[in-house]
Write a protein that binds this ligand. Structure first.
Ligand SMILES: Cc1ncc(COP(=O)(O)O)c(C=O)c1O
Length: 396
């Protein structure tokens, strides 16, 4: 089946360059409406949001607040539950830093074995700092979470269950509703790392009933520099950073925090990135996530069949992955595969994907990941296939 993308022409970076981009799980290209929104903002003059009485500052403030409303609608939240960060990593660290004063040696944090380092390292450090225990839901040999001991791990000492809403290596999603239900039954709070979920699936955090949700704008066709932390109970949160914009009053010895959302976002906002995020959300909503999902699912299947057609490569991603295919070769290092593909102007990612425990669990140290976005088509997969064919010829 020949798959074409009706949206490819919206992406200048893909149309102006002769490359085949199969690395959207790392970061997405941006469509013209995002680029133009950012350009318009800069051309018309930027102001510092929340910091001035003049039009440019007020315009920047309005732009940020309208982004907050868009993000909230997009994920089924209330805008008063949305905090802007610079990315999923910062959002997760935000929550980890909050727990530092709240937990001790009797407590535990629960994660899974398939986490990105962004949802692993902050918890490791938190546990070192507080003496709490880091418990892990293991990955089974089938690449799915082994939930045998879940109820034991979700005990009254567990302060938080933090897990990925989509794996960046295996491409699978955990049984999210079951996990949240089990956590709620045990009165354990949940944090979902939605970095790999957000651009591929509809999301309603209110229905999911998670406590925290983290994602990055650059994986949603915006630029880098914008991130979101959804927090169900915002009043329970302490500001992560302190600085400009967060206080009503400050003296040399004390400060009084604002009582609105701004107390959570110290320092000048990344206005450019947030203006891009607004435009990206509008763009995606115009297309509709259902159409995106269908397109990506077909592409991912074609990618998988392509990799499987070469005896040198073995697919390691999950059978249900609908946006990426990870694979490895026993004879050829993943970095060599990616470098040769790069010589063919085919962009994929190789290495440990910042998820070393996940790779170890499937018996690997590294692999190659090809991932799709709404702009990919069968032509991209043909180019990828030509690259694989040459690698197989050269190394056999
Ligand atoms: C599952 C997952 N979580 C977190 C992150 C971190 O995202 P960022 O680097 O945008 O903060 C990534 C990035 O690839 C990811 O794939």
């Amino acid at each position: 089946m020949q798959i074409s993308s009706p949206w490819k022409s919206d992406f200048p970076s893909l149309n102006n360059n002769d490359f085949c981009y199969l690395d959207s799980a790392a970061t997405c290209q941006s469509p013209t409406p995002v680029i133009e929104a950012i350009r318009d903002y800069l051309i018309n003059g930027q102001g510092n949001a929340g910091r001035g009485m003049h039009g440019l500052s007020e315009g920047a403030t309005d732009a940020i607040e309208s982004c907050r409303i868009r993000v909230a609608k997009f994920i089924g939240a209330n805008s008063s539950q949305i905090i802007f960060t610079k990315g999923a990593t910062e959002s997760i660290n935000y929550v980890a830093s909050n727990l530092r004063e709240q937990i001790g040696p009797r407590d535990s944090i629960l994660i899974t074995e398939m986490e990105h380092h962004s949802n692993l390292l902050p918890w490791q450090r938190l546990c070192r700092q507080t003496g709490a225990r880091l418990n892990v839901v293991p990955l089974g040999s089938n690449g799915e979470l082994d939930l045998t001991n879940l109820e034991l791990l979700l005990n009254d000492q567990c302060a938080l269950f933090a897990f990925s809403h989509g794996s960046n290596v295996l491409g699978c999603q955990p049984p999210t509703e079951t996990l949240i239900k089990a956590a709620k039954a045990a009165k354990v709070k949940t944090l979902l790392d939605g970095a790999q979920y957000i651009s591929h699936n509809p999301l309603n955090v209110n229905q999911l009933d998670c406590d925290y949700y983290a994602f990055s704008g650059h994986k949603l066709y915006a630029s880098s520099g914008s991130g979101v932390l959804y927090c169900k109970d915002i009043e329970s949160l302490e500001p992560f950073l302190l600085g400009g914009g967060v206080v009503n009053r400050a003296s040399l010895t004390n400060y009084l925090l604002k009582d609105d959302l701004y107390r959570f976002e110290a320092g000048s906002a990344n206005q450019v990135a947030l203006i891009g995020l607004s435009a990206a959300i509008d763009y995606i909503q115009t297309i509709g996530l259902a159409a995106i999902m269908e397109h990506e699912k077909n592409l991912a299947l074609q990618l998988k069949q392509t990799v499987e057609s070469y005896h040198s490569f073995k697919v390691v991603s999950h059978v249900n992955s609908h946006n990426l295919v990870s694979f490895h070769s026993e004879k050829i290092h993943s970095h060599d595969i990616a470098s040769i593909l790069a010589e063919h102007n085919v962009a994929v990612r190789a290495g440990h994907h910042c998820a070393q425990p996940c790779l170890n669990a499937v018996g690997l140290k590294h692999c190659v990941r090809a991932s799709v976005g709404l702009y990919n088509d069968s032509h991209d997969i043909e180019r990828f296939s030509k690259g694989l064919a040459e690698i197989e010829r050269n190394f056999s």
